[in-house]
Ligand binder design. Structure first.
Ligand code: GDP
Length: 711
């Protein structure tokens, strides 16, 4: 098939033209754009062969680099490259060709911007030698020694060990990502399980967390009043406890996981007994499976009259979840979050699961922790809720959290009580950071303030470098996209939300509204109310400001936004926010131009205007018509049809009604019509008026809650 395709004269000629130019220019391959043009050429040139042409195009494109042989084929010039060309086959003359062969325009190969570099991640640990680091990063020892010297550290031998923070600083300088490996040495003790609640929207995740929170230690100590800090602890009568992450849904779970924070030990999969397995139930199952986290099923809303827990069991079983009742090991508990029934059974099931997993962690030594939530408090500054994975976090320690640093001024437990230290699986609120970290950031304990500053600076520098690289890559991608969709406009957005988890969820959701016509560019995100800084930034880049779950901005800010003509959208329900943004995006989209038949007319009479002077131009023919459908516009293109065939198409040079010039004429009226350069009217012909309309993209929301823009 591919050879047959190549034999086609027109395709062959253009392909070889291209190939030879590239060959002479010493280019080894073509850019996607050039290949795309080739492929498009092939398809558009022979529409009726389009279907059969596709696989051939792919073949040609895929084999293009190896194509010296193919390119040398059937030409004399190819002897230049010293390959023997295969015997030329007899060319069959095409019959019934009405169009001359089309010469493909030469499209210079587009230089590919080589900005994409794969992200390399190496494992580092305390006490690793310079040689270890050199092997992992692929950099010479001398280069590592040079970087260390710049950091004020002298390491002479390649067998000398270095501190984990130094190893990270060196790796960052080399542009390499790191994963910190912590020693498991020390006393390993049982630790509580960390649990995340997931499931389909409206199945009762939030209600379940609310109900569980009321049984939490914090609620008991504070008389039922709890504050959302990202996690809470439930203590069982036996003394054992369970830590629940307070942000439901898999968006937060996967965002944390994407940042390397594998905090969750067990997933509670909430399925409503009256609704059964739904798309997000399956998504949650996939997330848990991908993270290798065991699931405990909570069949919720069992108090409702339409509840059918058995049906849910069968559905889950048929989706591959090996339930306990069916001989598997996944526990199922029937609950009602509203009636607060079955919660004790759920907690017992979680304890049993944790016992089976034999969860243990190192207790002593420096802590390794992850941020689950971060916010700014007016009086206390940046606050981060972290869950300790191993070791013990102690008040007063210097820490680096993501790219921020600080000295722990105080640690508070979930009840808001000051504590001196935090052990594994214990959520604590850290006060004393210099900046606001993000959910999923790691908490690293360092020796001194100087080391904390250095590490934080190094990480910020690396983040900035990565950000710029990503912009470059984005621009390269943009360039490629622009080739196909020249009119893509940008929609800059600033996202402000109550907590870091919401910021990420809103940002991810907004990005799902990206389309070929509008590029949703989240230029800035932040936790807390809308500030003057946000207004300034929005004004500078023409951005929308999206506020999620934040308080209404003060009047001064609202007025400043109005003066600067900045759109501020405040919402508490993410779907409503997406709906409004979707509408704004559709408005902003340039749309695609489409030709539509706006009206149809029948030619009833033909008039000829003769004897005009030369200066006024040639004789003209006027079609006297009746508009039988729609309307006619003077700005439209006129299409003349005879017995259903198109005879002529051209712009309208005159449209008159009762001898008066008219811009538009509606159905049922008679008119006189002149089509530029057309004198071939016959009585009974049909004339169509064609108009260009702009078709805007559509905002689509599915039942599962996902949204997109369809162009
Ligand atoms: P989420 O979207 O999964 O967080 O669901 P929500 O917790 O917001 O609950 C959605 C709706 O279901 C709310 O109106 C709740 O009152 C209701 N709901 C949640 N759990 C139960 C339950 O156990 N029984 C009944 N009857 N209604 C429930």
């Amino acid at each position: 098939m591919a050879w047959r395709m190549l034999r086609r004269k027109e395709f062959h000629t253009s392909l070889l033209n291209l190939a030879f130019r590239a060959d002479h220019e010493g280019k080894k391959h073509f850019s996607n754009g050039a290949i795309g043009n080739l492929a498009r050429f092939c398809r558009s040139d022979r529409p009726k062969h389009a279907a059969s042409c596709m696989p051939s195009n792919h073949f040609i494109i895929r084999n293009f680099h190896a194509g010296v042989y193919m390119l040398t084929w059937s030409r004399k010039k190819e002897d230049v490259v010293g390959l023997k060309a295969p015997k030329k086959e007899k060319r069959v003359k095409k019959e019934n060709r009405t169009q001359p062969p089309v010469e493909a325009r030469y499209v210079a190969p587009k230089p590919k911007i080589a900005t994409k570099s794969p992200d390399k991640t190496v494992e580092i640990f305390d006490g690793m030698t310079l040689l270890d680091l050199s092997k992992r990063t692929g950099a010479y020892i001398s280069r590592l020694q040079g970087i260390l010297a710049d950091l004020g550290e002298k390491v002479e031998s390649e067998f000398d060990s270095i501190n984990i923070d130094l190893a990270e600083l060196v790796a960052m300088e080399l542009g390499v990502n790191t994963r910190r490996m912590h020693t498991g040495e020390g006393t390993n003790e049982p630790r509580p399980a960390v649990v995340t609640v997931m499931g389909h929207v409206d199945h009762g995740k939030t209600s379940l967390l609310d109900a569980l929170r009321q049984t939490s230690v914090a609620a008991k100590e504070a008389g039922g009043i709890t504050q959302h800090i990202g996690a809470f602890v439930v203590e069982m009568p036996s003394g054992a406890s369970i830590t629940f992450l307070d942000t439901p849904g898999h968006a937060a779970f996967s965002a944390m996981r994407a940042r390397g924070a594998a905090v969750t030990d067990i997933v509670v999969l909430v399925v409503a007994a009256d609704d059964g397995v739904m798309p997000q139930t399956l998504e949650a199952m996939s997330h848990a499976k991908a993270a290798n986290v065991p699931v405990v099923v909570a069949i919720n809303k069992c108090d409702k009259s339409g509840a059918d827990p058995e049906r849910v069991r069968i559905q889950l079983g048929s989706e591959g979840l090996l339930l306990e009742d069916m001989g598997g090991d996944v526990q199922v508990v029937e609950i009602s979050a509203v009636a607060k029934s079955g919660l004790d059974k759920l907690e017992e099931a979680l304890l049993l699961q944790a016992e089976m997993m034999d969860l243990k962690a190192r207790i002593d030594g420096p802590a390794q922790a992850f941020v689950v939530e971060a916010r700014v408090d007016r009086g206390r500054g940046p606050l981060a809720t972290a869950i300790v994975k191993s070791g013990t976090l102690v008040s007063g320690q210097h820490i680096v959290v993501g790219a921020e640093w600080g000295r722990i001024r105080s640690l508070r437990d979930t009840a808001g009580k000051i504590t001196e230290s935090a052990k594994p699986a214990m959520p604590v609120e850290i006060e004393g950071l210099r900046g606001l970290p993000m959910a999923g950031d790691d908490v690293v304990v360092v020796d001194s303030e100087e080391r904390a500053r250095m590490l934080s600076q190094g990480r910020k520098k690396k983040q900035e470098k990565d950000r710029l690289r990503k912009i470059d890559e984005g621009m390269a991608d943009e360039l490629e996209i622009k080739e196909e969709t020249p009119e893509r406009v940008e929609m800059p957005i600033i996202v402000k939300a109550d907590v870091q988890g919401s910021v990420q969820a809103v940002t991810d959701a907004l990005r799902s509204l990206n389309s070929a016509q509008v590029f949703v560019n989240v230029v800035h995100v932040g936790v807390g109310p809308i500030s003057q800084h946000d207004i300034d930034l929005a004004q500078a880049c023409g951005a929308y400001i999206v506020g999620f779950n934040i308080r209404t901005p003060p009047i001064a800010i609202t007025q400043a936004a109005a003066r600067a003509n900045i759109k501020v959208l405040l919402h508490k329900v993410i779907y409503h926010l997406l709906e409004e943004m979707g509408r704004a995006i559709v408005d902003k989209a340039p749309g695609t131009a489409e030709t539509q038949v706006s009206g149809e007319a029948e030619v009833l009479n033909i008039f000829e205007l003769k004897g005009r002077s030369k200066s006024k131009g040639p004789d003209i023919k006027i079609a006297g018509c009746r508009i039988t459908d729609g309307h006619f516009s003077k700005s439209g293109t006129m299409r003349l049809l005879r017995s259903g065939d198109i005879v002529f198409e051209g712009p309208c040079s005159s449209l008159k009604r009762e001898k008066q010039d008219a811009e538009t004429i509606e159905k049922g009226n008679d008119c006189g019509l002149v089509i530029q350069d057309c004198d071939d009217f016959q009585v009974g012909d049909v004339i169509q008026c064609l108009e260009q309309v702009i078709r805007k993209p559509k905002f689509i929301s599915t039942q599962s809650g996902s949204v997109r823009i369809e162009c």
